[in-house]
Design a protein around this ligand. Structure first.
Ligand SMILES: *[C@@H]1O[C@H](CO)[C@@H](O)[C@H](O)[C@H]1NC(C)=O
Ligand SMILES: *[C@@H]1O[C@H](CO)[C@@H](O)[C@H](O)[C@H]1NC(C)=O
Ligand SMILES: [Zn+2]
Length: 294
């Protein structure tokens, strides 16, 4: 155990105390969040204007090479773009495998519909081909990427994955908020979790509460609860900590995670070294509703 990275030690230390408090007995959204919230996100948000510039083939950021290779994207199939939104002069460098289910326009649109300060917790945005939709977030202190595997064409999935980055880096201390006493006490104090997926781990519940909280920010109330108020302590803890700093629309970016170094976009299948990153997921999403093609 001597050489474990600090993040892993922290995770192991936290695990004993947090798992004891899940599952919670009640589920506020039995079919998950998408059927309740995605239509509202579609109607209630717009992405800022953006310019998309595709890189010449052959180069990609290191983090994109790592994740595309690991996702069985064939060497030479990386497509890289600078996506520059009107509210931030520094582009987000996004990468797709050329057979990814999401287009760069969809990626730009879903990502752009989130507040700029929430977007700023993400370094690279990556999409690959997959059956259905699963996704994961890479949350180590030197990471910050989100990866969409398959047709993740709903805002709730994008908010969930970005919620993992908010959890990991929102406080700027590298400590996960979802395993802090503030959130764990709130979770323990509440009678329910958001949905079944939230019941699997505190960080998954935090990510789901990020989705709920973003809808709350937009509409000012919480839709269709089975047990009204049953997760209010968590919602309150999340919003007290992050609503003004990350979940409110408007403004411009002020901190961005630097892109990873540009390298040759060539790899040997299965030979990629992915050590050092802490991956949360893959998060599985069912009952996805809505989704806009664009
Ligand atoms: C992409 O953005 C980076 C960082 O701003 C910049 O250095 C690079 O020249 C841009 N590439 C293209 C193809 O526009
Ligand atoms: C715990 O729940 C009660 C009401 O059920 C609430 O008044 C109190 O603020 C909550 N405490 C925390 C830490 O969330
Ligand atoms: Zn997740």
């Amino acid at each position: 155990m001597l050489n474990l990275p600090n993040t892993l030690i922290a995770l192991l230390a936290a695990a004993g105390s947090v798992y004891a408090q899940l599952p919670r007995p009640l589920i506020n959204y039995p079919l998950g969040l998408s059927p309740v919230f995605d239509e509202g996100f579609f109607a209630g948000t717009v992405a800022p204007a953006a310019t998309i510039v595709q890189w010449a083939p052959g180069k990609a950021p290191q983090a994109c090479v790592n994740e595309l290779a690991w996702n069985n994207c064939l060497s030479g199939r990386a497509v890289v773009y600078n996506v520059t939104y009107a509210d931030c002069p520094t582009p987000w460098i996004m990468c797709r495998c050329d057979n990814a289910d999401l287009s760069i326009y969809q990626m730009t649109n879903f990502f752009g519909r989130m507040p700029v300060h929430l977007r700023s917790t993400v370094r690279h945005v990556i999409a690959t081909h997959g059956e259905g939709c699963s996704a994961y977030a890479i949350t180590g202190p030197d990471d910050g990427d989100i990866v969409m595997q398959g047709n993740c064409n709903t805002q709730s999935v994008w908010l969930h994955e970005t919620g993992h980055q908010l959890d990991a880096r929102g406080l700027g201390t590298g400590v996960g908020f979802s395993t802090s006493p503030t959130f764990i006490n709130a979770l323990w104090n509440d009678t329910c979790v958001a949905d079944d997926y939230g019941n699997t781990a505190p960080w998954e519940e935090f990510a789901q509460m990020t989705v709920v909280s973003q809808s709350h920010t937009i509409y000012g109330y919480i839709q269709q609860q089975q047990y009204p108020g049953c997760f209010n302590s968590q919602l309150n803890a999340l919003e007290t900590t992050f609503k003004t700093s990350h979940l409110t629309y408007g403004g411009t970016c002020h901190t961005r995670i630097p892109a990873t170094p540009t390298v040759n976009a060539v790899w040997k299948r299965g030979r990629i070294d992915r050590r050092g990153g802490k991956r949360v997921g893959p998060c599985k999403f069912d009952h996805l509703v809505g989704g806009h093609k664009h």
